[in-house]
Design a protein around this ligand. Structure first.
Ligand SMILES: Cc1ncc(C[n+]2csc(CCOP(=O)(O)OP(=O)(O)O)c2C)c(N)n1
Ligand SMILES: [Mg+2]
Length: 348
């Protein structure tokens, strides 16, 4: 049965003006540019898909940009990162180029995974994936957190390049998976520095979170059972997310304890490109799109005197053009040679 009462979230306290003072104009404009790159990447690749140029699965991150942009801004690229199949944004944030990602969507040999992975399996040196199995990334990210401690504990490995935390994004739907509970239990027992971030966009395919997950707010109610601290952030607000992620990161560097974060977000599209999302009314969609994370970010930076509306439109156009160039590169790239079909296949 659907829960009727609206969920009361306790967002981590934040003050946009404090973040503006801390990060300053250049760093904040650079975050806004990242959001615009992600948004334009999603819009243009969606259009290419609808023209039949891209096949397979395709899950848009549109609407959730503030979450991963702020997390990478607060913790830096040099951590371990993992996410679900909704992985376009994180790959862009961790250094993959629009050229290689679009070529991957087009299935070309110049792609991020040489055309073999497609939309759900982007990776970078620091991004462990892109996972198509719901909850599949949770044990992997937990293992990466184990590695962080292992490298610190073994004297001969102490000089190896290490990082501070492993960050695992997962959807609200993944909370019902066994891998979630097994991983969080182990991470707590073994003090693994893993940041588990539930991106609660209210839906797991066409099932509303209140018909799939027994308690809400999810992090607040579940973290205690693992002896972890819980946090809730407003996923449409870069400043709230950044403040929260920064706090968590600083705490974890001191105590090496895992944490559970729930970020309340909205996806502006259906579950995937083939989902018309008729389970959500137009009014509901309009209400959530009225809180566009890009607009919220822009308005704050405009009030701070960092950018005008005209400059914002020019910045948007500039990123649209970056993606158009990448589209051309993808279209002109060659298909993988069929003789490579059996390469990189693990078959013992
Ligand atoms: C183990 C497993 N079960 C079911 C599926 C089918 N499936 C794909 S996405 C999805 C919904 C997941 O929703 P959520 O975790 O909230 O992530 P979101 O798509 O909202 O980002 C389901 C059930 C799957 N891929 N893997
Ligand atoms: Mg979801």
């Amino acid at each position: 049965m659907k829960r009727q009462t609206p969920v009361k979230y306790h967002f981590y306290p934040s003050d946009a003006s404090a973040v503006i003072a801390e990060l300053g104009k250049d760093a904040l404009l650079s975050q806004l540019k990242k959001m615009l790159l992600i948004r334009n990447f999603e819009i243009r690749s969606e259009a290419a898909y609808l023209q039949g140029k891209i096949g397979g699965f395709f899950h848009s991150y549109m609407g959730q940009e503030a979450v991963q942009v702020s997390a990478v801004c607060a913790m830096g690229v040099d951590q371990w990162w993992a996410t679900s199949y909704r992985c376009h944004a994180l790959a862009l944030l961790l250094g993959a180029t629009p050229d290689e990602l679009l070529a991957e969507l087009f299935g070309r040999s110049t792609g991020n995974a040489r055309g073999r992975g497609g939309s759900m399996h982007f990776f970078t040196q620091r991004l462990l994936g892109g996972f198509g199995i719901v909850g599949g990334q949770i044990p992997i990210a937990t293992g990466a957190a184990f590695t962080i401690n292992y490298l610190k504990a073994v004297p001969e490995l102490k000089n190896r390049k290490n990082c501070d935390v492993s960050v695992c994004f997962l959807g609200d739907g993944a909370v019902a998976q066994g891998s979630f509970h097994e991983s969080l239990n182990l991470a707590s027992l073994w003090n693994l520095p893993c940041v588990y971030v539930i991106e609660n966009n209210q839906w797991g395919m066409g099932t509303h979170v209140n018909r799939a997950i027994s308690v809400e707010p999810i992090a607040e109610k579940k973290a205690a059972s693992f002896g972890m601290d819980a946090y809730t952030f407003d996923g449409m607000d870069f400043f709230n997310c950044y403040t929260g992620f920064k706090h968590v990161f600083e705490e974890m560097k001191k105590n090496s304890r895992p944490v559970l974060i729930e970020v309340i977000a909205e996806r502006f599209r259906g579950h995937s490109i083939s989902d018309p999302a008729i389970y959500r009314s137009k009014d509901e969609l309009n209400t959530c799109m009225a809180r566009d994370p890009l607009v919220i970010m822009f308005k704050n930076l405009e009030s701070a005197g960092f950018i005008t509306e005209e400059q914002y439109h020019a910045m948007d156009k500039e990123h649209k053009e970056i993606v158009m160039v990448a589209l051309k590169h993808a279209e002109e790239s060659s298909w993988p040679d069929t003789v490579t079909l059996e390469e990189d296949v693990f078959a013992p």
